[in-house]
Write a protein that binds this ligand. Structure first.
Ligand code: UDP
Length: 480
């Protein structure tokens, strides 16, 4: 079937920067590569909560680019649905349940005439709700094929395993895939008594109705898992590895007399990086949602100091007791308010830059002065690092990050993982400095192999988006 010029896709991402950013990039690629000429991107906010600065920035820039329509769904009203003081997991569970319903009721009042529906894997409970429209439906997985395989296999695991997965003695197996250490399993599957578990398994069941599953990975990163997904043992739905889907770094700043605060921030950072030696700077970011405690900030500051490297550190202050307290509010807080942290930063500031709101991550990673990335191993950060050829110093924290870090260290070969002594409850400065040195020290034998692999992957990733590349080829299948 030829690509139809009348295609109109509706794309519904899951909230959270780690989902919105890659979904916007997917939308851009579908439109600019003329795979789908018209696309409408839906997003929402939580009623009575301020949208995050970071989210506002990325959405505004998509609106400015004017490649597709963006529609703000009515804010999700969680009143009477979840206690305002409930855990983040409970809020995510409710959002996952409510957002597909809100989407369906909103589009039923609009005259959109869609021909394709695309939604995040986490929201695939939508698919049974729109099945009556008789349209091709796609799931988008902004993370990797291994997590997708686990998700698609989770309805089977749900029947096979009696107790909590984390209490299993043997590794958890998925046909044809790397096994999963029970303690590393994806957070949403950790507590079977929690509503989030059932929402996730329900969404993965819904994904079986999709005509295709689009996943942000590429063959060289996960050959075995992609083969297993294509074998029919885990799913009958075709899987399209369209990665790496990452943002392009911003174009060089225009000589505007009054740049926006974000642009000003970026050009200051790039100017500082321009003055540093090649591959001498460590970039540190634990993602969009994670808020570091005072103790963690101290250990990180000391670890950076001990490593002896220059650094750029994007840090979120602690705002709640929850580890990922910034999930819905990434980049909104200003650390200047939290005086207790300032001493650490003042002590180390001659060696680097601390960014307390939102770092221009792709601009930083792409810069030749950056030689390593201390990362929580969120999948977008991994794909960005891979695309820029920067090796990773893994500091996984929650969600799928433990699985991701192990995959990088054991299979992909572009990372080290910071060791945490079993008695410690968090990463210590010495262990952190040791791992950073392994990557940054040009004489370290293992580091040398890891750096070379990171560079090799960069070239493979670049080729994926050539006109005859794998990503372009896989993505083209969606419009057919
Ligand atoms: N990010 C950024 N600036 C920051 C922190 C994060 O641009 O200061 C971006 C990062 O480039 C990535 C996304 O936020 O695209 C984070 O996604 P990831 O999957 O790595 O982690 P999550 O935030 O979902 O834990």
């Amino acid at each position: 079937m030829a690509i139809s010029s009348s295609h109109h896709a509706l794309l519904l991402p899951s909230p959270g920067m780690g989902h919105i950013i890659p979904a916007l990039e997917l939308a851009k690629r579908l439109v600019t590569h003329q795979i789908i000429p018209k696309l409408t991107f839906f997003y929402t906010s939580i009623k009575n909560s301020t949208p995050s600065k970071a989210e506002t920035l990325v959405l505004q820039s998509a609106i400015k680019e004017n490649l597709f329509d963006l529609i703000h769904l009515p804010p999700l009203d969680l009143t009477n649905k979840v206690d305002p003081h409930a855990s983040l997991e409970s809020k995510i569970a409710i959002v996952t349940h409510e957002l597909p319903l809100l989407f369906v009721s909103t589009i039923s009042t609009m005259n959109l005439n869609p021909t394709i529906i695309i939604t995040d894997l986490f929201l695939c409970q939508l698919l049974p709700l729109v099945q009556n429209l008789n349209l091709p439906m796609f799931a988008f997985v902004p993370t990797n094929a291994w997590l997708l395989a686990l998700g698609l296999h989770s309805p089977t695991l749900d029947k096979q395993i009696q107790g909590e997965y984390v209490n299993e003695i043997k590794p958890i197996s998925i046909p044809g895939c790397k096994t999963i250490h029970p303690h590393e399993i994806f957070d949403m599957l950790k507590d079977r008594t929690h509503r989030l578990y059932h929402e996730f398994v329900g969404a993965c069941e819904g994904a079986a109705l999709a005509n295709g599953i689009i996943v942000n990975t590429f063959h060289e990163l996960e050959p075995k898992t992609l083969e297993a997904l294509g074998s029919g043992q885990i799913t009958k739905v075709p899987v399209y590895p369209v990665g790496p889907i990452v943002r392009e770094p911003s174009p060089s700043p225009s000589p505007s007399p009054s740049p926006s605060s974000d642009e000003g921030n970026r050009s200051e950072i790039v100017e500082w990086l321009n003055k540093q030696e090649e591959e001498s700077v460590v970039y540190v970011s634990l993602g969009s949602g994670y808020s570091m405690s005072c103790e963690e900030i101290k250990e990180m500051a000391l670890g950076l100091e001990l490593s002896g490297n220059k650094f750029i550190w994007s840090v979120r202050p602690t705002v709640t007791k929850a580890a990922h307290g910034h999930y819905f509010t990434a980049g909104s807080e200003n650390l200047e308010k939290s005086n207790s942290f300032l001493d650490e930063f003042h002590r180390i500031q001659s060696n680097g830059i601390v960014i307390t709101d939102w770092a221009p991550q792709m601009d930083i990673l792409k810069h030749p002065s950056v030689g390593g990335f201390v990362s929580h191993c969120g999948w977008n950060s991994i794909m960005e690092s891979v695309s820029c050829g920067v090796p990773i110093i893994g500091l996984p924290l929650f969600a799928d990050q433990m699985m991701n870090a192990r995959m990088l260290v054991e299979d992909v070969g572009n990372a080290v993982q910071v060791e945490v002594s079993p008695s410690a409850y968090m990463v210590g400065s010495e262990d952190l400095a040791k791992a950073i040195r392994k990557i940054m020290d040009k004489d370290d034998r293992d580091g040398c192999v890891i750096r070379a692999r990171a560079k090799e992957l960069k070239h493979i990733a670049e080729r994926a988006w050539f006109p005859d590349g794998s990503a372009y080829f896989e993505l083209s299948k969606i419009g057919h």
